[in-house]
Design a protein around this ligand. Structure first.
Ligand code: IMP
Length: 200
């Protein structure tokens, strides 16, 4: 079976990308399947730059076509933070729970009317010569005052989807797969780069 390597070690992300790419007859693999791949230093100031860097570093290391995804949460009342630092908001090796606790702490005096937030996902495709292209998707929500649900990963127990009045932590993964930032980015990805997936 053909294989698409995704340059991430985030198990939640991989699970979602596998679901979102299930119509293709390809095996979606990740750096968790290849423990000896190089560490990727995420030092770009933008999601786009980090997505491209992940894809290029691993494409050059393997000589293959590689997908990179960089994503995060921007909270309006925090001037867009945690943004590109979403994974390490509470510290370099922070757990999702530590990041969520820090977010709630920072928003403790902020009323519901000012807790608007947005998830961003940037997906890059690269080959050993460099970036082939980058697409993006967004998803709007509101940050809850306490966690709800255990589905998803990261900030999902705090991210209320207004149309459902529930967090992604509470919603079925199939709903997240329809409306998430990652799913919108993947929809564009399939339109622009679907041919690469057929030719892997
Ligand atoms: P990255 O691996 O550097 O792209 O970091 C992404 C981080 O953003 C994750 O560790 C989460 O904290 C957050 N994030 C991105 N997408 C999602 C999502 O779909 N749900 C919850 N948190 C997310």
């Amino acid at each position: 079976m053909k294989e698409l390597l995704v340059a991430t070690r985030n198990a939640g992300k991989i699970r979602e990308l596998k679901l979102l790419l299930k119509e293709y007859p390809i095996a979606v693999t990740s750096l968790l399947d290849y423990p000896d791949m190089p560490e990727i230093i995420e030092d770009a100031e933008t999601f786009e730059g980090n997505a491209a860097k992940k894809a290029v570093v691993i494409a050059q290391h393997t000589g293959r076509i590689v997908m990179g995804e960089d994503s995060g949460l921007s909270v309006e009342a925090l001037g867009g933070r945690p943004g590109v630092y979403s994974a390490r908001y509470a510290g370099e090796k922070a757990t999702d729970q530590q990041n969520n606790t820090k977010l709630l702490q920072e928003l403790k005096d902020v009323p519901m009317s000012r807790r608007k937030a947005c998830y961003h996902s940037y997906i890059a495709l690269a080959d050993p010569k460099g970036v082939i292209g980058v697409v993006s998707g967004t998803c709007h929500g509101i940050i809850a005052t306490e966690p709800h649900g255990t589905n998803g990963f990261g900030y999902d127990p705090l991210f209320i989807v207004p149309q459902y009045h529930k967090t992604f932590g509470q919603l079925n993964p199939s709903i997240k797969a329809e409306i998430s930032h990652r799913s919108w980015a993947l929809k564009k990805f399939k339109l622009e780069f679907g041919d690469y997936l057929k030719r892997l």
